[in-house]
Design a protein around this ligand. Structure first.
Ligand SMILES: Nc1ncnc2c1ncn2[C@@H]1O[C@H](COP(=O)(O)OP(=O)(O)OP(=O)(O)O)[C@@H](O)[C@H]1O
Ligand SMILES: [Mg+2]
Length: 360
């Protein structure tokens, strides 16, 4: 064996299918989520008998397969059951009734949405959907700024199953009573994967993404351990992709522990850099949130002032918005109480590493 045998030629690659490491890639199998998928399917089954389906409230921490399991079920419907319309909406991207109605029209192949008001689109959607059955999935539902679209769907669309996905199980409790009573959702919890499960999922992904024997044993063990410790599969996939790119940059045929260490460092540094990107007052506000998590904006402002904060309420709200943008905190809108609309301020579940790591 020559001294250059471990060097990748310029026309070679260690990747078999790099797309398999994208976050929205839907693998053929979603191991360890079969029970969850069966529960979803059981809520949809009545639609096959021309009855209405059941609604489901899905919750769990980031990166535990909620979206992928759900999309997997929708894909099966799309591929095999023409009579049911699957509609998936991410409420982070589509956070208003108008955007959601436009997205539903898109999904139904109705193109003339320009300049149309929400209620005009609602009429069209109702006309199309009430001739068939539909499964709605509203992912990251806590990011929706308006909720009247839900009320409308529950009232106006007849044969349906509505799935809502979020990281926050308390979200449902704060929901408008009119919606809650019409939703009567069953609850499905996704828990973090244990070590053997994490190992198996990572191993399957490596099989899809890389050529054989590319990932060395030490590197594999390290990535599994780190992913398990972080409790978030998405970050594990990030590490794999990053380590793969590092190896290729260096023309290496294998991913060793060195590339994993560098990738982990980058992930960790990102956390620190993000903290460094905050000004003193933002850090101070963040400290207050850490001390009094799950408070309402108004109460938090009082704690901030009592702890020596000097900004006006407006400045304070702006700082909160900045922290929310950086995913240090989340602001969950709650409405209808004595104080009108307000938000509950929470620490982001795995703050402050961005869960959509592509935004790095
Ligand atoms: N059981 C699994 N099998 C294969 N891949 C998985 C599994 N669970 C999660 N993944 C992968 O991990 C990544 C994160 O999963 P997913 O997007 O479903 O997380 P999530 O629970 O929806 O997180 P969030 O709350 O942050 O949206 C995805 O790329 C997904 O394909
Ligand atoms: Mg998700």
């Amino acid at each position: 064996m020559g001294v250059f045998s471990d060097i990748l030629r310029s026309d070679e690659t260690i990747f078999k299918n790099v797309i398999a490491l994208d976050y929205d890639y839907i693998p053929k199998l979603v191991p360890f989520r079969e029970v969850h998928q069966r529960h979803m399917a059981s809520c949809i089954t009545p639609l096959f008998q021309d009855r209405s389906g059941r609604n489901l409230f899905i919750h769990g921490p980031p990166g535990v397969g909620k979206t992928v399991a759900c999309r997997h079920v929708l894909k099966e419907i799309e591929d095999e059951h023409e009579e049911i319309e699957p509609i998936y909406i991410n409420c982070w991207e589509k956070n208003t009734t108008h955007k959601i109605m436009t997205a539903i029209c898109d999904s139904l192949g109705y193109k003339f949405t320009q300049n149309k008001k929400s209620d005009e689109m609602m009429k069209i959607i109702k006309e199309i959907l009430n001739k068939k059955s539909v499964v709605f999935v509203f992912d990251e539902i806590d990011k929706a700024e308006e909720h009247d679209f839900l009320y409308w769907i529950l009232e106006q669309i007849y044969k349906k199953a509505v799935f809502l996905i979020t990281n926050y199980k308390e979200w449902l409790l704060n929901m408008d009573e009119r919606i809650k009573s019409r939703l009567t959702a069953e609850i499905l919890e996704f828990k973090q994967y244990n070590l053997p499960e994490t190992k198996e999922i990572i191993s399957q992904r490596i099989g899809h993404a890389f050529r054989e024997n590319v990932v060395e044993k030490d590197a594999f063990d390290a990535i599994v351990k780190k992913t398990y410790d972080m409790g978030d599969l998405r970050k594990g996939l990030y590490l794999l992709k990053e380590a793969g790119n590092l190896a290729e940059e260096r023309s290496l045929k294998h991913i060793s522990i060195d590339q994993i260490t560098t990738a982990v460092k980058k992930l960790d540094e990102f956390t620190i850099n993000k903290m460094e990107g905050l000004d003193d007052d933002e850090r101070f506000v963040f400290e207050v949130v850490k001390k009094y998590p799950d408070s309402k904006t108004g109460d938090l402002y009082k704690y901030y002032m009592n702890s020596g904060g000097k900004g006006s309420q407006k400045t304070f709200t702006r700082k909160l918005a900045k922290l929310s943008e950086g995913r240090f905190i989340t602001m969950e809108k709650v409405g209808g109480g004595a104080e009108g609309n307000t938000s509950i301020i929470k620490l982001a579940s795995r703050q402050p590493v961005n869960k959509k790591i592509t935004e790095f």
